[in-house]
Structure formats: C-alpha cells, structure tokens
Design a protein around this ligand. Sequence first.
Ligand code: ADP
Length: 443
Amino acid sequence: VGLGRSGLAAAKLCLEQGAKVHVTDSRTADQLGPDFAEIAPSVQATLGEHPEDIFTEASLIVLSPGVPPMPQLEAARKAGVAITGELELASRFCQGRIVAITGTNGKSTTTSLVGEMFAAAGRDVFVGGNLGAPLAEGVLAKHPGCAAGGYVVLEVSSFQLETVETFHAHIAVLLNLSEDHLDRYPDYDSYIAAKGRIFERQRIDDYAITNADPDQYRCRMVASESVAPLLTFRSEKSRGSGAWVADDSLCVRLPRGKHEWYPRKLLGLPGLHNSQNAMAALLISRLSGVSQDCCQTALADFRGLPHRMQLVGERNGVAFYNDSKATNVGAVVGSLTGFERPIVLIAGGTDKGGEYEPLREVVSNACRHVILIGAAADKIESALNGTVALHRAESMEKAVELGRFLAAPGDAVVLSPACSSFDMFRNYAHRGDTFAEAVQKLS
Ligand code: ADP
C-alpha cells in the first residue's frame, strides 16, 4: 500500500521471495512513472482507489509509512490480516548488525556521520532507511552490509516504527523529542510511544543510547524501558560513562573505558545540536569498535547534508542559509540557537498541529525580522506577536527579495520553516532548491 521508493522496494522483495503481489496507490500509473512501470508486468495493480476487498483478502499487507489511517485497514485488521511495514519486512531478511537512529531531529545527520565513521574503518556498511535507500533495497541488492558480518545503519522514523514487530536493533538511539507530526498522532504521548518502539526487541547484550539533557527527560524515561545497558550524551560536563560536552571538547567514555577527548572544532557543522549528533555518532561507533582515529577522520571530513543550515550564497555581506529540512519547531530552535549572525528568518508552510510559542525565545534572541510564507502564516504570526517585526510574502522569490532588503551586511537570511512544505512545494528539497534558486537570481 503506497508506491513510493520504500513501497516499490518492498513489492520487489516480496516478488523475489515468491509472493503473489497486489499493489495499490492513490496515484495513477502515469503519475507513478518509470519505477512503477518496471514492476508493473510482475504484479497486479489497483491504482487511483483502494477497494476494501484487496485489503481483506490479502494474507499480508505491507503499508508505506506515509499512508494515513484508512477504514480499509481497519477492516483488514478485523478480518485477521497481518499488517507490517517495509522496515519490519526487510529486517527479516537482513543478517547485518543493525544500528537504528530515531528522534525528532538530527536523524539524517547522525546516520550519515556514523556511516562515514564505519566507512573510515573499512567496514561493510549499508546506510539508509528513512534516508536515501530503504533497507529492502539493500537486502535486494545483496549489499555486503546486509549480510552476516556486515553493518546496517538506519535512520528510522516514528511512522516506520509503528509497524515493527521482530525488528531488532543492536544499537538503538533516541536523539531527542519535541512536538512533531501532531496532524497524524492523536497527541504527543502517542508520538513518543511510537518512537519508543525502537527499543522493544533489544537484549541484554545490546546498547540503548539517548539524550540526558534536563529538557529531554522524556528521552531517558523512554530509553530506560530497554533491557539493554543505557548510555547517554549531554550538553554539559558529566561523570561516569557516556558522552558530554566539556568546554571545547566532546568527551566520550565507554563502560569500563578511559576518557577520550575529541576537539569540537574538528566538526565542521555549527551549533550545539550538531555536537549532540556527533556525541551520539561517537558513542555508536566506539561501541562498535571503530577506532578513535577513524572517528576523528570522519568528524573532520564530514561536511553535513544539503538543506540543513547550508550556505547557498552571499550578497553584499548578507549570507543566505537553506535549512529547509527544519520542518518542526524543535529543529528551528536547534538551528538558530547560538548562531553567530543576526538573522532574518523565513518560516511557514503546512501546519503539523503543534504549538509555535516555543519559538518566541529564540526568535527574540537571534532574529531581527521574520518573514512568513504559506498556510501556517496566521498561526505563526499570532504565536510570535510582540517578539520582532513580522512580515508576509506570497512566494519564496518574494520572501528572498524581502529578506535581502531587510538584512544588513553581516546578517544572515535563513530559511528554517518549522512546517512541512506541501502547501507550496513537492517536498522539503524542492522548497530548499527554490530558495537557493531565488538567491542565485538576486542581482
Ligand atoms: P531529521 O532527519 O531528524 O529530520 P536532520 O539531520 O535532517 O534531521 O536535520 C533536520 C533539521 O533539524 C535541520 O534543520 C537541523 O538544523 C536540525 N537539527 C539537526 N540535529 C538536531 C538536533 N540534534 N536537535 C535539534 N535540531 C537538530
């Protein structure tokens, strides 16, 4: 159900295993394009609609993470049909050791950094999941990381975790928690409960890792449910084992190990939030036997990912940063806190049901102006009233032009929307690219 990249990979994996596969998607064959055309001759397809009988007559339903609750699924559940997801399905055919990383923000950055550390150590590693290639693609391609002796580093979303059952992570990581996806979950507790499922199948010889900052106390509560030993990272000096920030260094201490120090400036990415991601990556890699030298090399070489506080241009002393991947309030707070330049912020898009009031402090401290775009503009405006000057723009091009006009030399214009993008763009990458193009067009 749902023929995005992971749905197609799941369909191919089922075919490879000899299943009779029926696929369904609300889009038409034309809209689905060549990737669907490739599997079309081998499957039965029902497109543009979801008749109930194909759900109730299946022996297994593989549900894509983006598919919202539907009455057909309820009917199938009542009829006793098993419902799973691509991650659970693919993990059943994966022999590699799994590192799984979840959290509201920082998943992609941390997953990629761990991948670089493992690669620096010459490990056979498959990096993917919710980021890049789904696990089913790795399994299908017989990627050495997915074979016995290999390593699999996965970014895992709350949606994917909803359908896990036997999925087992040797190292499971919960980076942080803040309000997100409240358009999909009935409340914040349900979202947290989905995230917590990453620890469900852990054993005593596994590891759980989470954030021990005081404002992240819920992470600790959730991770403590794991039977595996728990290691934590925190933003202030600490003792015992785990990782913490100590002035200009990141300190890591494995259980029964010595203190290890990694200069913070090795990491080319700004902000305390990226130090947290780096600490999580260091704990994962060191627990997996990657040497300190290889960790240092990867930290120093890692340049970050596109659409995450990415410098995309400079005009007359004004820098333009694309942080389109900041699709919730916590990400914007992470990105803007401690940023070295005064900011003209471009925010807004599709509302996901959370509160914008937590932005007030960082906007007051870090921003000179806020330019609002998209469907959530009214809601954000009322939440930010009385902080800094608030403006409106009807398109990304207009927002960028206005940002340039409002910014003084030495300032930064930052697109960090706190919303998803679907009101005006295909996805966050399309939004970020549109921002970067608008910056290039400035004379
Ligand atoms: P995810 O995959 O969880 O969406 P990314 O690594 O893609 O996370 O980063 C998404 C956004 O969140 C970026 O805008 C980034 O600046 C911000 N961010 C990254 N790491 C953190 C963190 N540890 N805490 C808060 N915000 C973060």
